[in-house]
Design a binder for this molecule. Structure first.
Ligand code: NAD
Ligand code: UDX
Length: 480
């Protein structure tokens, strides 16, 4: 029986390995992590991450050919294929701080693999890493190998949170990069055989190591660039009376452009886009390509601009002051169907509103009060650390309360900001909400989920990203 061990039981390691175990009953899969509470949760009825369909997959194979363990070294030593799916956050200190990927966790995993291995292994980069990382990893492994043969493969993951199981069951493609030597090609085939249990072989793309590593950064950069492009357009729509949904629809009909990923929003979030683009920018700079670096940097700058623009719109609409006013925040996760808040635009928006002394009442169906308080009070450098290195709970911010119901959040509020596109926000009883709010009552829809016309009939003043403005909003001073 082939044995797989995955180092890192996070958003990628957990679901990816669960699906491999489900689709490959002839393979034993063990997911290991140094953060014990996560392993305990994976072995319980309350998995550490919320992902539609995940519970079902785990239940079907846990204890049969899928195991979660904190015994990292034992399972790495026994494995034929070792996936490494640890954090690769942005460096916060030293050379390349604020841009380069921090490979500390990757390197320590690689050194541990070299230390404990007694048999030949295929080591698979599942984490997103800078192009050429495989070369560094190869050096660490071979210089410490005691005669053991390691083959390094790059197999970046393209799943999106909220649809991870669907994406893993039906990937657009699986990408495997390896050395162009006979041993490298043999390793590629071994990994291809794993995916071929359920992925049609023509969808398994095999490349050299560097193309695979760079393709992952390129894919995320292109996706994020689409959102910044449509968000930039949304600002122009508001200024001209055009409607960004109509513009997206019209341009998306061009098959060369395509209709997906053109929803204007309060900004993109998630653990990947910003970090991977910063990483790309750094690689470009290191390769003497400042013009290319500045092109990609702009994608992030527009994303920051979009969040600031949203906050400014809220403040200017409400007579230029939100000091002491209650504002309901509906949605805190970076997108619907996940409890993940890493780089969520809600952090920037809430901090902006708190900076203007608002009182926030926050509701998200999947994010805990503790997580929201951590996100709003901790430094980004602390939040980026793996869970076992994060500081204990910080002092709660008094201006922030967290509630478990959208109606409770909006009760007595002056305004509502919708920051995540949870389906339930489309069908709330907005008349009831309106009746319980201060007047004039505002809705700032950062995800274009509500029917603005219906809400206006009720009496709300509504701002929707990239849509023609209410006369109220038009009369307020222009926002930067
Ligand atoms: P995560 O923080 O959810 O999980 C990483 C896990 O690795 C943590 O539980 C941490 O405790 C563990 N870990 C760190 N060092 C370790 C070590 N030395 N030994 C054992 N365990 C260790 O991160 P994630 O979201 O799963 O992302 C992992 C990688 O996958 C990143 O490089 C990310 O860029 C990439 N990726 C993420 C996504 C996504 O949607 N989250 C999608 C594609 C790729
Ligand atoms: C992304 C990539 O899609 C995935 O392939 C990669 O493996 C990891 O990074 P993820 O961050 O989980 O996945 O979610 P995604 O659906 O890409 O959304 C990212 C952010 O963009 C979210 O905040 C989302 O709300 C926002 N978004 C997405 C928009 O604002 N508009 C869109 O049209 C699409």
């Amino acid at each position: 029986m082939v044995k797989i061990c995955c180092i890192g039981a996070g958003y990628v390691g957990g679901p990816t390995m669960a699906v491999i175990a489900l689709k490959c009953p002839d393979i034993e899969v063990v997911v290991v992590d140094i953060f014990e509470p996560r392993i305990i949760a994976w072995n319980s009825d309350h998995l550490p991450i919320y992902e539609p369909g995940l519970d079902d997959v785990v239940k079907q194979c846990r204890g049969k050919n899928l195991f979660f363990s904190k015994d990292v070294e034992k399972h790495v030593a026994e494995a034929d294929i070792v996936f490494v799916s640890v954090n690769t956050p942005t460096k916060t200190q030293g050379l390349g701080a604020g841009k380069a990927a921090d490979l500390t966790y990757w390197e320590s995993a690689a050194r541990m693999i070299a230390d404990v291995s007694k048999t030949d292994k295929i080591v698979v980069e599942k984490s997103t890493v800078p192009v050429k990382t495989a070369e560094a990893i190869e050096k660490i492994l071979t210089h410490n190998s005691k005669g053991i043969n390691f083959q390094i493969l790059s197999n970046p993951e393209f799943l999106a949170e909220g649809t991870a199981i669907k994406d893993l069951f039906n990937p657009d493609r699986v990408l495997i990069g390896g050395r162009e030597t006979p041993e490298g090609q043999k390793a590629i085939h071994a990994l291809k055989d794993v995916y071929a249990h359920w992925v049609p072989v023509e969808q398994i793309i095999c490349t050299n190591l560097w193309s695979a590593e760079l393709s992952k950064l390129a894919a995320n950069a292109f996706l994020a660039q689409r959102i910044s492009s449509v968000n930039a357009m949304s600002a122009l729509c508001e200024a001209t009376g055009a409607d960004v949904s109509q513009v997206s629809h019209a341009i998306g009909k061009d098959t060369r452009i395509g209709s997906k990923f053109l929803n204007a929003s309060v900004g993109f979030g998630g653990s990947c886009f910003q970090k991977d683009i910063l990483n790309l920018v750094y690689i470009c700079e290191c390769n003497g390509l400042p013009e290319v670096a500045s092109y990609w940097k702009q994608v992030i700058q527009v994303n920051e601009y979009q969040k600031t623009r949203f906050v400014n719109r809220v403040v200017s609409s409400m007579f230029n002051t939100i000091s002491g006013k209650k504002i309901a925040i509906l949605g805190f996760a970076f997108k619907k169907d996940t409890g993940d808040t890493r780089e969520t635009p809600a952090i920037g928006v809430c901090r902006g509103l708190l900076g203007d002394k608002a009182m926030l009442s926050i509701y998200d169906p999947q994010v805990s009060q503790e997580q929201i308080q951590r996100d709003l009070s901790m430094q980004k450098s602390e939040l980026d650390r793996p869970p076992h290195l994060q500081p204990a709970s910080p002092t709660a911010i008094k201006q922030v309360t967290c509630v478990w119901d959208a109606y409770e959040a909006a009760k007595g509020a002056h305004g509502i900001c919708i920051l995540t596109e949870w389906d339930e926000f489309k069908t709330l009883d907005y008349q009831k909400i309106y009746d319980d709010m201060q007047k004039p009552a505002f809705v700032f829809d950062g995800r274009n989920v509500v029917d603005a016309e219906k809400l206006r009939e009720i009496g709300f003043i509504v701002y929707s990203i990239g849509k023609p403005l209410d006369s109220w909003l038009k009369d307020m001073p222009a926002v930067a």
